[in-house]
Unconditional design. Structure first.
Length: 288
């Protein structure tokens, strides 16, 4: 009989990717919640919905454990920076080669061309250059960071990310709400709107995506930037960034009980339904 021995590195990798369904506790929220629903989408990926009549707010939270073989990547859906595509369409195309768990819309973009306003890096390829706007980036190991970037020749500083999308403004920095959150744009931009945001928690081991429905009274009014920052900090985000909102805000997930069929969890505010956008962020099943 031939005996096969696994190397220590192989055993460690198998243990790291072994199924372990865990639901992290929900931190105390900064406002009363009337309804809460929790669903595990995959090992280390939890979708929470909660509703508060105080807002009123309908909020979706995607809690991703990055230590459980879950990876965040940027998705454009085209070979160039131009073009507008629905988030569901981008993720559906991605599912041909990757196990897609969920995703959200990402950066602001030109309505005319679909070109993202800020930095976009997809799998190491620079599609749009950096600006003064902040960026949610992931290094070669998949670790997240929120920072501003500069370009030096064909490289980016302070690091050349594997994937990156822009946004604005930074909401939370080092567990404190950024003081300029109330003056980060026009009055209408700072006021209540549908929102999409991303937060880094647990020393970079967890990534939080939040989508808040809005412009749909009496169902959900959306959040101001300060309300969103307060929520992100309450959820445990050490650092957080606001992504494109309004009619762009879309949260897509793969239905575990339907063979991975993609569904929209929230209620996009455009009367036509889901909006075509410039880029997206996807949660895929991949061990680093």
């Amino acid at each position: 009989m031939q005996h096969r021995h696994l190397s220590l590195a192989t055993v460690v990798a198998l243990i790291a990717c072994a199924p372990r369904v865990t639901v992290p506790p929900l931190a105390p929220l900064p406002f009363p919640v009337d309804t809460t629903r929790t669903r595990v989408l995959a090992d280390g990926v939890v979708h929470r919905f909660f509703y508060s009549r105080q807002g009123p707010w309908a909020v979706h939270v995607l809690d991703v454990d990055l230590s459980r073989c879950n990876t965040i990547i940027a998705v454009k859906g085209a070979d160039s920076a131009a073009g507008r595509i629905k988030t569901t369409t981008m993720l559906r195309a991605l599912s041909a080669t990757e196990q897609v768990i969920a995703g959200v819309n990402a950066d602001f973009f030109s309505l005319a061309t679909g070109v993202p306003v800020g930095l976009l890096v997809v799998n190491g390829t620079l599609l749009t250059p950096p600006t003064s706007a902040p960026v949610l980036a992931f290094d070669s190991s998949g670790a997240p960071v929120i920072a501003t970037f500069n370009r030096f020749n064909e490289r980016l500083l302070p690091l050349h990310p594997r994937d990156a999308v822009g946004g604005r403004p930074v909401l939370v920095r080092d567990s404190a709400i950024v003081v300029t959150v109330d003056s980060a744009g026009s009055a209408s931009f700072v006021a209540r709107n549908p929102r999409t945001a991303a937060g880094i928690a647990a020393n970079g081991k967890r990534l939080l995506f939040v989508v808040v429905d809005g412009r749909q009274l009496p169902y959900s009014d959306g959040m101001s930037l300060r309300e969103l920052a307060t929520l992100m900090r309450g959820l445990g985000a050490r650092d957080a960034i606001n992504l494109d909102g309004g009619g762009s805000s879309t949260f897509v997930y793969a239905e575990p009980d339907s063979g991975g069929a993609l569904r929209i969890a929230n209620r996009p505010s455009d009367k036509e339904g889901e909006r075509t956008v410039g880029d997206a962020l996807a949660v895929i099943r991949r061990c680093r």
